[in-house]
Design a protein around this ligand. Structure first.
Ligand SMILES: O=C(O)c1ccccc1NCC(=O)[C@H](O)[C@H](O)COP(=O)(O)O
Length: 218
């Protein structure tokens, strides 16, 4: 299963988290976020990370050309769109990005109606990410989704489960759902942008404890 740790702000923590087993590190390119990182800093970190770890830039409502420029300047391996980007916007971005760059659409699920909209993105992105809704914050909210309701849902694409996941609740979430990946930020932090390596270690211990047991995704 893919494990994305989001909101990396420095090389030491990025390296340590990659060593612990993260498959993706997320970098927040949204200036309003306390986890925001300048493009030049992202580039410097990516150049020194092990090659096997994927590096995902998280954007919200930024224009197409700016995203493409940041990807080419930094060497990000993926783009996560976390704002109100339409399926048409995603389609356009898909054609502008190299095919090797993964395009992930994050959807903040407020009601079942938000879940119904997911299908609109099936042709325009590679991967989906379901996150919790908050009226003020776009992401990193620490709120969980209603996992029980999600059991009724079938994804048209590979997907990440996000929203309020922690080392303490991850096994409960994965006992109900079989996402292709999980995404954590505030649940493994000491403070916004400062990851708690003990919590990241605990997370991987929890995941190890169910490896090979419950489903083919883990
Ligand atoms: O994390 C942020 O500060 C952020 C700000 C603006 C847009 C997206 C943001 N985060 C996106 C992520 O992928 C987070 O990992 C996701 O929202 C889950 O966060 P959490 O509930 O804290 O685990």
């Amino acid at each position: 299963m893919r494990v994305k740790i989001c909101g990396i702000t420095n090389l030491e923590q990025g390296n340590a988290i990659a060593q612990l087993g993260a498959t993706e590190l997320g970098f927040i390119c949204v200036p309003a976020s306390p986890r925001y990182l300048e493009v030049s800093a992202i580039k410097t970190i990516i150049q020194q990370l092990p090659q096997q770890v994927n590096t995902i830039g998280v954007f919200a409502n930024l224009d197409l050309n700016a995203i493409v420029t940041i990807v080419s300047e930094t060497g990000l391996t993926g783009v996560q769109l976390h704002g109100n980007e339409s399926p048409e916007f995603c389609q356009q971005l898909r054609t502008l990005l190299s095919p090797q760059v993964e395009l992930i659409k994050a959807l903040r699920i407020k009601t079942n109606a938000s879940l119904a909209k997911v299908i609109d993105y099936a042709q325009s992105v590679n991967t989906l990410l379901l996150d919790a809704y908050d009226p003020q914050l776009l992401g990193g909210t620490g709120h969980t989704l209603n996992w029980k309701e999600l059991t009724q849902w079938t994804s048209p694409l590979p997907w990440f489960l996000a929203g309020g996941l922690t080392p303490d609740n991850i096994l409960v979430a994965l006992s109900q759902l079989q996402p292709h990946g999980i995404d954590l930020s505030s649940g493994v932090e000491l403070a916004p942008g400062n990851k708690d390596l003990n919590k990241v270690t605990q997370l991987f211990h929890q995941l190890d404890s169910i490896k090979g047991k419950s489903s083919s995704f883990i």
